[in-house]
Ligand binder design. Sequence first.
Ligand SMILES: [Mg+2]
Length: 262
Amino acid sequence: MLYIGRGDPHHLEDSRGWAAVAALSPFRQPSPRRMKTGYLIDMDGVIYRENQLVAGAVEFVEALIASGTPFIFLTNNSAPTPEDLSVRLRHLGLPGLSARHFYTSALNTADFLSETHPGCTVFVIGEGGLLAALHQHKIANDALQPSYVVVGEGAASMEKLAKAHACIERGARLLATNPDNWCPVSNVETRPGAGATAAFLEASTGRRAYYLGKPNGFMFHRARRQLADMAAGTPESIVMIGDTMETDIRGPSSRACMPIWS
Ligand SMILES: [Mg+2]
């Protein structure tokens, strides 16, 4: 396993942070070993910032597509569906992507529940991406006696929080799509994240939440499986490109991925 980040002599950072990516990207001479590399790519701060693509993002993704290199955008944002994300990137100037190029914490949550607790029910505080993922896995909504309260990204009304609190008091377990307490809105603004909503319910009920999404190993486990499906076989090595040490880098550092801090 190799860690490449700030302070590492192999990390050739420039003002945009993209040199670190280029050091292992298909821009370099192809070799049989590199062709077997798969990429997991964080979105916010790596591919785009606010409503602008990061310099070099288009060329990088085009090179991945042209070389047949498997890649997936990996995001803790549970609000959008993969289809929403492909449309968003198309509007920003990155065409040619489809739903299979994205794996969100909402998909990870639905995968986790259907794998570990088939037939469970949920009370959800979250947006369309989370609701759609749960619906796809036939996980039913239940506002009376759910197995889980699931907290994702999005505005939580006091009425919803009170209902979630009551469900947890009646025995529901608390599950968060991701641990992010805040999410960037612009270079100078943030908004509360799913982690902050889950923390509210932890405080009110005294129960601890279980956090999926990055850096939880299940997020990387399922993303690796999706990469293997795309590549028709498990890639020889997997590179994770991210800009957040706690989520993008800490998770794969212990899971046989090569993290790159951009
Ligand atoms: Mg990021």
